[in-house]
Write a protein that binds this ligand. Structure first.
Ligand code: ATR
Length: 273
Protein backbone atom coordinates (compact mmCIF):
# COMPACT_ATOMS: atom_id res chain seq x y z
CA UNK A 1 0.00 0.00 0.00
CA UNK A 2 1.29 3.46 -0.91
CA UNK A 3 1.04 6.26 1.59
CA UNK A 4 0.96 10.03 1.24
CA UNK A 5 0.65 12.88 3.75
CA UNK A 6 0.28 16.59 4.31
CA UNK A 7 2.60 18.29 6.80
CA UNK A 8 1.94 21.64 8.45
CA UNK A 9 1.61 23.50 11.73
CA UNK A 10 -1.33 23.65 12.39
CA UNK A 11 -2.72 20.77 10.29
CA UNK A 12 -6.10 19.71 11.73
CA UNK A 13 -8.00 22.13 9.48
CA UNK A 14 -6.63 20.67 6.24
CA UNK A 15 -9.19 19.30 3.77
CA UNK A 16 -6.45 17.54 1.77
CA UNK A 17 -6.70 14.12 3.51
CA UNK A 18 -10.42 13.89 2.82
CA UNK A 19 -9.93 14.97 -0.80
CA UNK A 20 -7.07 12.61 -1.63
CA UNK A 21 -8.58 9.62 0.18
CA UNK A 22 -11.84 10.14 -1.71
CA UNK A 23 -9.89 10.17 -4.97
CA UNK A 24 -8.07 6.93 -4.05
CA UNK A 25 -11.42 5.32 -3.42
CA UNK A 26 -12.92 6.58 -6.70
CA UNK A 27 -9.88 5.64 -8.74
CA UNK A 28 -9.40 2.32 -6.94
CA UNK A 29 -5.87 3.19 -5.88
CA UNK A 30 -4.49 1.17 -2.96
CA UNK A 31 -3.16 4.12 -0.96
CA UNK A 32 -3.83 6.27 2.07
CA UNK A 33 -3.21 9.95 2.86
CA UNK A 34 -2.68 11.21 6.41
CA UNK A 35 -2.35 14.62 8.09
CA UNK A 36 0.86 14.96 10.11
CA UNK A 37 1.48 17.79 12.54
CA UNK A 38 5.13 18.85 12.13
CA UNK A 39 6.56 21.72 14.17
CA UNK A 40 9.22 23.87 12.49
CA UNK A 41 12.02 22.53 14.70
CA UNK A 42 11.17 18.95 13.66
CA UNK A 43 10.97 19.48 9.90
CA UNK A 44 14.32 17.95 8.96
CA UNK A 45 13.67 14.85 11.06
CA UNK A 46 10.19 14.54 9.64
CA UNK A 47 11.54 14.56 6.07
CA UNK A 48 14.18 11.95 6.96
CA UNK A 49 11.53 9.79 8.66
CA UNK A 50 9.15 10.00 5.71
CA UNK A 51 11.98 8.93 3.44
CA UNK A 52 12.90 6.03 5.70
CA UNK A 53 9.30 4.93 6.10
CA UNK A 54 8.71 4.99 2.36
CA UNK A 55 6.20 7.79 1.78
CA UNK A 56 5.49 8.04 -1.96
CA UNK A 57 4.99 11.78 -1.63
CA UNK A 58 3.45 14.50 0.49
CA UNK A 59 2.00 17.98 0.48
CA UNK A 60 3.59 20.80 2.41
CA UNK A 61 1.65 23.64 3.94
CA UNK A 62 2.28 26.62 6.22
CA UNK A 63 4.87 27.20 7.69
CA UNK A 64 7.13 24.73 5.83
CA UNK A 65 6.80 25.67 2.15
CA UNK A 66 10.12 27.56 2.02
CA UNK A 67 12.06 25.89 4.82
CA UNK A 68 11.69 22.37 3.41
CA UNK A 69 13.79 23.21 0.33
CA UNK A 70 17.26 22.47 1.82
CA UNK A 71 16.05 18.96 2.70
CA UNK A 72 15.02 18.06 -0.86
CA UNK A 73 17.23 16.67 -3.66
CA UNK A 74 15.73 18.51 -6.66
CA UNK A 75 13.21 21.20 -7.52
CA UNK A 76 11.11 21.67 -10.62
CA UNK A 77 11.42 24.98 -12.49
CA UNK A 78 8.46 26.79 -10.93
CA UNK A 79 9.26 25.65 -7.37
CA UNK A 80 12.79 26.94 -7.87
CA UNK A 81 11.55 30.27 -9.16
CA UNK A 82 9.04 30.53 -6.30
CA UNK A 83 11.43 29.40 -3.59
CA UNK A 84 8.45 27.47 -2.24
CA UNK A 85 7.25 23.87 -2.43
CA UNK A 86 3.78 22.47 -1.73
CA UNK A 87 4.29 18.97 -3.19
CA UNK A 88 7.11 16.47 -2.69
CA UNK A 89 7.49 13.46 -4.98
CA UNK A 90 9.69 10.46 -4.25
CA UNK A 91 11.14 9.65 -7.67
CA UNK A 92 11.83 6.14 -9.01
CA UNK A 93 15.46 6.38 -7.88
CA UNK A 94 14.47 7.42 -4.35
CA UNK A 95 15.21 11.14 -4.66
CA UNK A 96 12.91 13.79 -3.21
CA UNK A 97 11.72 16.31 -5.79
CA UNK A 98 9.81 19.47 -4.88
CA UNK A 99 7.03 21.04 -6.96
CA UNK A 100 4.74 24.01 -6.51
CA UNK A 101 1.21 23.30 -7.74
CA UNK A 102 -0.55 26.27 -6.11
CA UNK A 103 -0.20 28.76 -8.99
CA UNK A 104 -0.80 26.13 -11.70
CA UNK A 105 -3.83 24.95 -9.69
CA UNK A 106 -5.22 28.46 -9.83
CA UNK A 107 -4.68 28.66 -13.60
CA UNK A 108 -6.43 25.28 -14.12
CA UNK A 109 -9.36 26.48 -12.05
CA UNK A 110 -9.58 29.80 -13.91
CA UNK A 111 -9.35 28.18 -17.33
CA UNK A 112 -11.90 25.49 -16.42
CA UNK A 113 -14.30 28.46 -16.27
CA UNK A 114 -13.07 30.76 -19.05
CA UNK A 115 -11.06 28.53 -21.41
CA UNK A 116 -7.62 29.25 -22.82
CA UNK A 117 -8.57 31.90 -25.38
CA UNK A 118 -8.32 34.91 -23.05
CA UNK A 119 -4.60 34.88 -22.37
CA UNK A 120 -4.07 38.21 -24.13
CA UNK A 121 -6.71 40.05 -22.07
CA UNK A 122 -5.64 42.52 -19.39
CA UNK A 123 -5.37 40.91 -15.96
CA UNK A 124 -5.51 42.82 -12.66
CA UNK A 125 -3.97 40.86 -9.81
CA UNK A 126 -4.92 42.33 -6.43
CA UNK A 127 -2.36 41.68 -3.70
CA UNK A 128 1.34 40.86 -3.81
CA UNK A 129 1.90 38.18 -1.18
CA UNK A 130 3.12 34.63 -1.70
CA UNK A 131 -0.14 33.52 -3.30
CA UNK A 132 -0.14 36.40 -5.79
CA UNK A 133 3.46 35.72 -6.71
CA UNK A 134 2.76 32.05 -7.45
CA UNK A 135 -0.28 32.95 -9.54
CA UNK A 136 1.62 35.65 -11.45
CA UNK A 137 4.42 33.21 -12.39
CA UNK A 138 1.94 30.48 -13.33
CA UNK A 139 -0.10 32.87 -15.51
CA UNK A 140 3.06 34.05 -17.22
CA UNK A 141 4.23 30.48 -17.76
CA UNK A 142 1.12 29.51 -19.73
CA UNK A 143 1.27 32.71 -21.79
CA UNK A 144 -0.76 35.49 -20.17
CA UNK A 145 0.66 38.62 -21.76
CA UNK A 146 -0.82 41.54 -19.87
CA UNK A 147 -0.58 41.40 -16.08
CA UNK A 148 -0.93 44.36 -13.71
CA UNK A 149 -0.37 43.90 -9.98
CA UNK A 150 -2.02 46.28 -7.52
CA UNK A 151 -1.00 46.26 -3.87
CA UNK A 152 -1.29 48.40 -0.75
CA UNK A 153 2.51 48.19 -0.53
CA UNK A 154 3.34 48.91 -4.17
CA UNK A 155 7.02 47.99 -3.69
CA UNK A 156 6.01 44.36 -3.17
CA UNK A 157 4.06 44.39 -6.44
CA UNK A 158 7.07 45.96 -8.17
CA UNK A 159 9.33 43.19 -6.86
CA UNK A 160 7.15 40.53 -8.52
CA UNK A 161 7.08 42.54 -11.78
CA UNK A 162 10.89 42.74 -11.66
CA UNK A 163 11.15 38.98 -11.10
CA UNK A 164 8.76 38.25 -13.97
CA UNK A 165 10.50 40.77 -16.17
CA UNK A 166 7.00 41.65 -17.37
CA UNK A 167 3.85 43.39 -16.17
CA UNK A 168 3.15 46.62 -14.31
CA UNK A 169 2.92 47.45 -10.59
CA UNK A 170 0.36 50.01 -9.41
CA UNK A 171 -1.14 51.33 -6.19
CA UNK A 172 -4.62 50.38 -5.00
CA UNK A 173 -5.75 53.92 -5.79
CA UNK A 174 -4.51 53.67 -9.38
CA UNK A 175 -6.32 50.36 -9.69
CA UNK A 176 -9.58 51.85 -8.40
CA UNK A 177 -9.37 54.71 -10.90
CA UNK A 178 -8.71 52.45 -13.89
CA UNK A 179 -10.72 49.37 -12.92
CA UNK A 180 -12.69 49.48 -16.17
CA UNK A 181 -9.55 48.92 -18.27
CA UNK A 182 -9.14 45.29 -17.07
CA UNK A 183 -11.08 42.16 -18.01
CA UNK A 184 -9.79 39.48 -15.62
CA UNK A 185 -9.66 40.29 -11.90
CA UNK A 186 -7.87 38.06 -9.41
CA UNK A 187 -8.29 38.80 -5.70
CA UNK A 188 -5.44 37.25 -3.66
CA UNK A 189 -5.59 39.06 -0.32
CA UNK A 190 -7.29 37.52 2.73
CA UNK A 191 -10.10 40.10 2.36
CA UNK A 192 -13.47 38.50 2.96
CA UNK A 193 -12.19 35.40 4.71
CA UNK A 194 -14.56 34.29 7.42
CA UNK A 195 -11.71 34.43 9.92
CA UNK A 196 -10.36 37.71 8.54
CA UNK A 197 -10.68 41.13 10.03
CA UNK A 198 -10.59 43.43 7.03
CA UNK A 199 -12.94 44.19 4.20
CA UNK A 200 -12.13 44.60 0.54
CA UNK A 201 -8.99 46.75 0.25
CA UNK A 202 -10.41 48.80 -2.66
CA UNK A 203 -13.57 50.29 -4.13
CA UNK A 204 -15.40 48.46 -6.95
CA UNK A 205 -17.28 51.49 -8.21
CA UNK A 206 -15.65 51.33 -11.66
CA UNK A 207 -15.79 47.54 -11.99
CA UNK A 208 -16.72 46.87 -15.64
CA UNK A 209 -19.76 44.81 -16.69
CA UNK A 210 -19.39 41.24 -17.94
CA UNK A 211 -15.81 40.78 -16.72
CA UNK A 212 -14.19 37.75 -15.04
CA UNK A 213 -13.65 37.76 -11.28
CA UNK A 214 -11.65 35.15 -9.37
CA UNK A 215 -10.92 34.94 -5.65
CA UNK A 216 -8.49 32.61 -3.90
CA UNK A 217 -10.50 32.62 -0.67
CA UNK A 218 -12.94 29.67 -0.41
CA UNK A 219 -14.30 30.06 3.08
CA UNK A 220 -16.81 31.57 2.46
CA UNK A 221 -17.29 30.49 -1.16
CA UNK A 222 -18.91 33.80 -2.00
CA UNK A 223 -16.61 36.62 -0.88
CA UNK A 224 -17.69 40.27 -0.84
CA UNK A 225 -15.50 40.77 -3.91
CA UNK A 226 -17.24 37.99 -5.87
CA UNK A 227 -20.66 39.20 -4.75
CA UNK A 228 -19.98 42.71 -5.98
CA UNK A 229 -18.53 41.42 -9.26
CA UNK A 230 -21.50 39.12 -9.82
CA UNK A 231 -23.85 42.06 -9.45
CA UNK A 232 -22.00 43.60 -12.40
CA UNK A 233 -22.57 40.47 -14.48
CA UNK A 234 -19.11 38.97 -14.03
CA UNK A 235 -18.20 35.32 -14.51
CA UNK A 236 -17.30 34.16 -11.00
CA UNK A 237 -14.48 31.78 -10.04
CA UNK A 238 -14.29 30.99 -6.32
CA UNK A 239 -11.19 29.78 -4.48
CA UNK A 240 -12.27 26.17 -4.09
CA UNK A 241 -11.22 25.27 -7.63
CA UNK A 242 -7.65 26.38 -6.91
CA UNK A 243 -7.53 24.15 -3.85
CA UNK A 244 -8.91 21.12 -5.70
CA UNK A 245 -6.71 21.60 -8.77
CA UNK A 246 -3.50 22.10 -6.77
CA UNK A 247 -4.32 18.74 -5.19
CA UNK A 248 -5.16 17.17 -8.55
CA UNK A 249 -1.81 18.26 -10.03
CA UNK A 250 -0.03 16.77 -7.00
CA UNK A 251 -2.06 13.57 -7.45
CA UNK A 252 -0.99 13.42 -11.09
CA UNK A 253 2.70 13.81 -10.15
CA UNK A 254 2.34 10.90 -7.71
CA UNK A 255 0.04 8.52 -9.55
CA UNK A 256 0.18 9.47 -13.21
CA UNK A 257 -3.39 10.49 -14.04
CA UNK A 258 -5.55 13.56 -13.40
CA UNK A 259 -8.40 12.74 -10.96
CA UNK A 260 -12.00 13.95 -11.29
CA UNK A 261 -11.98 17.58 -10.15
CA UNK A 262 -15.60 18.49 -10.95
CA UNK A 263 -17.08 15.85 -8.66
CA UNK A 264 -14.66 16.89 -5.90
CA UNK A 265 -15.56 20.57 -6.27
CA UNK A 266 -19.26 19.66 -6.07
CA UNK A 267 -18.69 17.55 -2.96
CA UNK A 268 -16.68 20.22 -1.12
CA UNK A 269 -19.06 22.98 -2.25
CA UNK A 270 -21.89 21.10 -0.58
CA UNK A 271 -19.90 20.89 2.66
CA UNK A 272 -18.88 24.54 2.65
CA UNK A 273 -22.10 25.94 1.24
P1 ATR B 1 -0.14 35.13 1.17
O1 ATR B 1 1.26 34.57 1.22
O2 ATR B 1 -1.19 34.15 1.63
O3 ATR B 1 -0.47 35.70 -0.15
P2 ATR B 1 0.69 37.53 2.50
O4 ATR B 1 2.05 37.33 1.97
O5 ATR B 1 0.53 37.90 3.93
O6 ATR B 1 -0.21 36.25 2.29
O7 ATR B 1 -0.03 38.62 1.57
C1 ATR B 1 -1.25 39.15 1.90
C2 ATR B 1 -1.71 40.19 0.87
O8 ATR B 1 -2.86 40.82 1.40
C3 ATR B 1 -0.70 41.30 0.59
O9 ATR B 1 -0.88 41.75 -0.74
C4 ATR B 1 -1.14 42.36 1.59
O10 ATR B 1 -0.80 43.69 1.25
P3 ATR B 1 0.64 44.30 1.72
O11 ATR B 1 1.65 43.65 0.83
O12 ATR B 1 0.52 45.75 1.49
O13 ATR B 1 0.80 43.93 3.17
C5 ATR B 1 -2.64 42.22 1.53
N1 ATR B 1 -3.27 42.72 2.74
C6 ATR B 1 -3.25 42.16 3.96
N2 ATR B 1 -3.93 42.92 4.84
C7 ATR B 1 -4.41 44.00 4.15
C8 ATR B 1 -5.21 45.14 4.47
N3 ATR B 1 -5.67 45.35 5.72
N4 ATR B 1 -5.47 46.02 3.48
C9 ATR B 1 -5.01 45.84 2.23
N5 ATR B 1 -4.26 44.78 1.85
C10 ATR B 1 -3.97 43.87 2.79
Amino acid sequence: KKWFAVIGDPIAQSKSPEMHNAWYEQEKVDATYIPVHVKPENLQQAVASFKLLGASGWNVTIPHKQTIIPFLDELDELAKKMGAVNTVVRTADGKLKGYNTDGPGFVKSLEAAIGTSKRTEPVLLIGAGGAARGIAFALQMVGYKNITIANRTVEKAQRIVDEMNAGVAITIQQAEENLDTYRIFIQTTPAGMSTGDFALPFSLEKFPTGAIAADIVYNPLMTPFLQAAEQKGATIVNGLGMFVHQGAIAYEHWLGNYPNTNAMIARLTEQLG
